[in-house]
Design a protein around this ligand. Structure first.
Ligand SMILES: Cc1cc2nc3c(=O)[nH]c(=O)nc-3n(C[C@H](O)[C@H](O)[C@H](O)COP(=O)(O)OP(=O)(O)OC[C@H]3O[C@@H](n4cnc5c(N)ncnc54)[C@H](O)[C@@H]3O)c2cc1C
Length: 596
């Protein structure tokens, strides 16, 4: 159903109302899997929204694989060991219940994807193949060549289409409607047609991705992972958690950013396989510096260790001209590199660099935000009727994420949320008059007045300023003074954001202006949480508190105050179940040496 209301200068602009039982915000793997589960439970009044075209979500960029203890090669593997590995890598601040929910389900989820026709790479006997993917005790990462994310999303989209799940593309949600206790729907706009939209929804599932792109060097797609999910939930009254834990991949491309040919590649991943196949790291003085940081594991140590070592070299002045270090595999034959690292070899060749002849420049890049929205066992947030899943939710990864676990989280929690929502909903939602007049209409007026406003600052310029300050002050190496300075600089950006120069509703600058709001919220929560965590744990490294503090084996939560500020609190971490405790006690070795 749709209706028009409002209009005129200074009044509420015209908008279209959409009534729906379940609104799924996000069309990546998490959103798609939720929609399928809802359909299989007979809930068909569902609308899935995405900011891009159908089938085009960040999930398509995942390459390496998806974890589940299928035991294709290692029958002794099981879900409890998968859970134990995840808790180990998360430095024991993961929520054990969330970890177990994912790991216990995954063998079934993988078999289901197989039944639905996912194009897994296979063993000779036709089983989905499985490999190591860094820091796992057994080979449990299923994969589809080096396009696992794309194969996964294609499979889910096809299945959703079989169920005729309604989908609307190029819609950006700008606000969730809640009175802080209960969710009623959302406001957004159609990025192609200008139309403002108000969704009356019985339940809202937020599957809008993560926040790794709040840093200037990141491995995410452009204009994705700006923190929409966590920022929308925080604004609606839900708590965020673990925001300080950001995984920095050690080897993103370090490039001359003034060169238009190279610039788009800044921060893009150089696969760990280059080190796995023998690549060596050197600083600008020609030292193989990992000898100082990790003489036994060298370049194959855990992601956070190698990333910190590189950051240290750069910060102490031993970096290259483009702010990186050298990654050199030129001691290998050209044919070997072409066979084992075909995509990398091709990418650098196209840019005029022969990896068999010379080293490439790399530096750490922001890859994944482990934090997100606090949810309960049903994936429901603190706000009744608002659910959060996939990269938007918190709890599974703790202080560091195991490669292959985030795709697992998307499908496992898609099922959890789908089941829980199906049990709850009983018809389309209705935005109460008080919420309409106190929240939705002022917000719509704000959107209208932002469109075409003339001012001093382009949104894109401020996005860059914000990303730069996050890299400088909340990057791999953090300390109190720098984090505090980051907060001060963030306040400056916030002040400048009051004088934006923005195009019309369908312009990129309008989208960037909305992104800026989301990114300010998320960046502030990262800075504040990182300041609060006066220890080093997993991906969070404080140069002024270099050790783990056992008193801080807890989660830091961020809540919106009545005046719009942020209040921090801590939550204790629960104990794992008996079977997972037993797997932990067995002491399985994490294998860092088989990076594929
Ligand atoms: C380079 C790279 C490689 C990776 N490789 C792996 C891997 O091998 N294995 C693994 O497990 N993980 C990997 N990951 C992580 C993994 O890809 C993601 O965690 C996962 O795909 C997230 O899925 P999602 O459904 O939660 O979100 P996404 O796929 O990010 O989807 C988010 C959806 O929300 C929509 N959206 C966002 N904001 C709004 C808004 N305001 N309004 C409306 N819609 C909105 C988007 O348009 C999109 O449809 C990788 C990540 C990167 C960056």
């Amino acid at each position: 159903m749709s209706a028009e209301s409002g209009g005129g200068s200074g009044s509420v602009p015209a908008y279209t109302e959409v009534d729906v039982e379940v609104l799924v915000i996000g069309a990546g793997a998490a959103g798609a899997r939720t929609a399928i589960e809802l359909a299989e439970h007979g809930v068909d009044d569902v609308l899935v929204l995405g900011k891009r075209n159908h089938g085009d979500a960040h999930t398509t960029w995942a390459r390496g694989g998806i974890n589940g203890a299928l035991g294709t090669h290692d029958p002794e593997d099981d879900w409890t060991i998968h859970a134990a590995d995840t808790l180990n890598e998360g430095h024991f601040v993961n929520d054990p219940e969330k970890v177990e929910t994912v790991t216990e389900q995954m063998p079934e989820r993988l078999r289901e994807l197989d039944d639905w026709g996912m194009d897994f790479s296979r063993t000779e006997s036709g089983e989905p193949d499985q490999r190591y993917f860094g820091a796992q005790s057994f080979r449990r990462t299923a994969f589809a060549g080096d396009y696992t994310g794309e194969a996964l999303l294609n499979t889910l989209v096809e299945k959703a289409q079989e169920h005729e799940v309604p989908y609307r593309e190029n819609v950006m949600v700008t606000k969730l409607l809640s009175d802080g206790e209960r969710s009623y729907g959302a406001v957004g706009f159609d990025m192609e047609s200008n139309e403002f939209l108000l969704f009356n929804a019985g339940a809202v599932v937020l599957a809008a991705g993560g926040y790794a792109a709040v840093y200037n060097r990141h491995s995410s797609r452009d204009d994705e992972n700006n923190g929409d999910g966590p920022a929308l939930a925080h604004d609606a009254g839900a708590r965020l958690m673990d925001m300080e834990f950001v995984q920095f991949h050690p080897t993103g491309m370090a490039v001359d950013e003034s060169d238009p040919e190279w610039e788009p590649w800044s921060g893009r991943l150089v696969t760990e396989a280059v080190r796995g196949e023998g690549g060596r790291l050197y600083n600008a003085d020609g030292e193989r510096f990992m000898e100082r940081y990790s003489p036994d594991q060298m370049e194959l140590d855990a992601r956070d260790v190698v990333a910190r070592a590189i950051a240290q070299e750069i910060s102490e002045g031993r970096g290259t001209e483009n702010g990186g270090v050298y990654l050199d595999i030129s001691h290998r034959e050209q044919s070997f590199i072409q066979e084992r690292l075909p995509r990398m070899y091709e990418r650098f060749s196209e840019l005029g660099v022969d990896m068999a002849e010379e080293a490439v420049e790399v530096a750490p890049t922001s890859h994944y935000g482990m934090g997100g929205v606090v949810v309960d066992e049903n994936a429901e947030t603190d706000v009744d009727g608002l659910f959060a899943i996939g990269e938007t939710m918190a709890g599974v990864h703790g202080a560091n994420r195991l490669g292959g676990n985030s795709l697992a989280e998307t499908v496992a929690y898609g099922v959890v949320a789908g089941e829980a929502v199906a049990e709850r909903v009983d018809g389309p939602g209705h935005v109460p008059e008080a919420v309409l007049t106190s929240l939705a209409e002022p917000h719509l007026r704000g959107l209208q007045s932002t469109a075409g406003v003339e001012g001093e600052y382009e949104p894109e310029t401020l996005l860059t300023e914000l990303r730069d300050l996050m890299w400088e002050h909340a990057g791999i190496l953090r300390d109190e003074a720098s984090l505090q300075a980051g907060l001060d600089e963030l306040d400056d950006v916030r002040r400048k954001a009051e004088r934006l120069d923005v195009g019309g509703v369908t312009s990129r600058s309008f989208e960037f202006a909305i992104d800026l709001g989301f990114m300010l919220t998320v960046s502030e929560s990262v800075l504040r949480s990182a300041l609060e965590r006066t220890e080093s744990r997993g991906a969070h490294y404080r140069t002024d508190h270099t050790e783990v503090d056992s008193d801080l084996q807890c989660n830091i939560c961020v809540e919106r105050t009545d005046l719009g500020g942020m209040a921090l609190s801590t939550e204790p971490v629960d104990e794992p179940s008996e079977p997972v405790r037993a797997a932990l006690d067995e002491g399985h070795e994490l294998d860092y040496h088989q990076l594929e």
